[in-house]
Design a protein around this ligand. Structure first.
Ligand code: GAP
Length: 453
């Protein structure tokens, strides 16, 4: 069910707490581009770290980091130059441009007709015939900008993996089945960029291509489907917010394709695709480059082109999904100064501790009696290993609320007892339960709770 208010709340919190800012905001912003603020960059880094560890701590997956600019032939071979396009129509009256397949969801571009649907303009015959619009950003390499030196900003990271198949296999001495993982920026000149971070023009992907013997592909496809949905669950995504969507209409080279979908405030949307791409990619690059991208099995003495099982997640889109999944507004009981009780709303981000941008906040209960010195010393010790935050301003309740909105899993308070016996209170974000811990044990306590496992 669509919930625009929820999206507005996420956007507002993202700005208020430094997760996401509009790109070039002081110049009015740049459509479809966003900047990650101090909290956002930590969350994104932790999501990528969780994915990278999951993939490359295995013995059968190697990592790479390929160049964003690639030889233009790569994109001819992959089919992107010819086919990576959306059908577009222009309104002859207001000159707005629409994706033909999204007209029913679009509003008329003319401000004078507020509330009019674009489908009405279509019925009134205001639109041009559909034309294909390629989604790749073009630029030129070198000082002369002409047809002969066009290059593209990569629209996916996968091709950097296929063209390095031989390099990685030879240098790592991997045998089939094995995979190559990569995290990196991708660029698409999307026509319709609505829904905040869901569809942007610059974004990051986390892709892994797993090379297998033909015949073993269906089994590995099922394996990776399960691994990938479990990864999202492991990092706190609620099961009921995740589902598989099976593609019935497949790309000509694909044997099977499933999306992992998350229930965003505007409805279900893809966060990752798992594809059985057969031998299409390596075969095409072999054909167009003249270099054999195949595999010799020394046990069976067979030579063949491996099949590829692709897992392709958006880091930026997963970020948005993790943010929506974590967001909560809770009614909590609050004790007033006169001892009476009232309720208040607590906005909290229930991030998995390994993903949380800040791991702990450290507070002196009051700014006197030596408490700030002890709290500072704890901060200085913990910051060697964790991203922590020292805060001595305002009532402790207010400090908790600020950290709840950033998703900080632990708040450590130095109080009068701390000065006597060296213990501090540690308040856990979700249940808001406090326990007393000796300050010398804090480092181990945090490691146990937040380490990637
Ligand atoms: N190599 C296959 C591939 O790129 P895709 O379904 O086009 O497949 C994979 O993209 C993932 O990349 C998507 O599931 C999504 O998470 C992310 N993604 C794609 N386009 C995006 C966009 N414009 N903005 C943000 N994320 C995007």
């Amino acid at each position: 069910m669509s919930n625009p208010d929820f999206t507005e709340k996420i956007i507002s919190l993202s700005k208020r707490r430094g997760f996401i800012f509009q790109s070039s905001e002081i110049y009015g912003g740049l459509n479809g581009c966003y900047d990650y603020g101090p909290m956002g960059v930590e969350l994104l880094k932790n999501i990528k770290e969780a994915w990278w560890r999951e993939m490359t701590l295995r013995e059968d997956v190697e990592g790479i980091d390929a160049s964003i600019l690639m030889h233009p032939k790569v994109w001819e071979t992959s089919g992107h130059v010819e086919n990576f396009s959306d059908p577009m129509v222009d309104c002859k009256e207001c000159k707005a441009r629409f994706r033909e397949d999204q007209i029913s969801d679009s509003d008329c571009g003319n401000k004078a007709y507020k509330g009019r649907k674009a489908s009405k303009c279509m019925d009134d015959g205001k639109f041009t015939e559909a034309r294909n619009f390629n989604l790749m950003f073009q630029t030129h390499i070198g000082p002369v900008a002409d047809e002969s030196n066009i290059v593209y900003l990569r629209p996916e990271t996968a091709q950097g993996i296929y063209v390095n198949f031989n390099n990685v296999r030879e240098t790592s001495r991997q045998k089939l089945p094995f995979g190559i993982a990569q995290i990196g920026k991708a660029f698409r000149n999307e026509i319709n960029t609505k829904n905040f971070l869901f569809r942007t023009r610059e974004f990051e992907q986390m892709e892994m291509q797993f090379f297998v013997k033909p015949g073993d592909d269906s089994e590995w496809f099922e394996y990776w489907k399960e691994q990938r949905i479990q990864w999202f669950e492991k990092y706190g995504m609620r099961k009921e917010k995740l589902k598989f969507y099976e593609h019935e209409k497949l790309a000509h080279y694909a044997k099977a394709a499933f999306d992992i979908e998350f229930e965003f405030p505007f409805g279900w949307g893809e966060i990752e695709g798992i594809h059985n791409r057969t031998d299409f990619d390596l075969k095409r690059h072999t054909e167009f480059s003249g270099k054999k991208l195949d595999y010799f099995d020394d046990q069976t003495k067979e030579r063949f082109i491996p099949y590829v099982i692709e897992t392709s997640a958006g880091a930026s889109r997963s970020f948005f999904a993790f943010l929506c999944n974590a967001y909560d507004e809770e009614q909590i009981r609050k004790e007033n100064q006169d001892g009476s009780f009232s309720t208040e709303v607590r906005t909290v981000l229930h991030f998995h501790p390994s993903l949380a941008p800040v791991k702990a906040a450290i507070f002196p209960l009051v700014n006197k009696d030596g408490m700030p010195e002890v709290a500072r010393a704890i901060t200085d010790n913990l910051k060697k290993n964790f991203r922590v935050f020292y805060d001595d301003s305002g009532a402790v309740g207010r400090r908790y609320r600020r950290q709840d909105e950033c998703g900080t899993p632990f708040c450590i308070t130095v109080d009068t007892q701390s000065l006597q016996d060296g213990t501090v209170t540690v308040r856990e974000r979700d249940k808001m339960i406090q326990e007393r811990i000796n300050k010398d044990n804090l480092e181990k306590y945090l490691f146990d709770k937040i380490a990637f496992k």
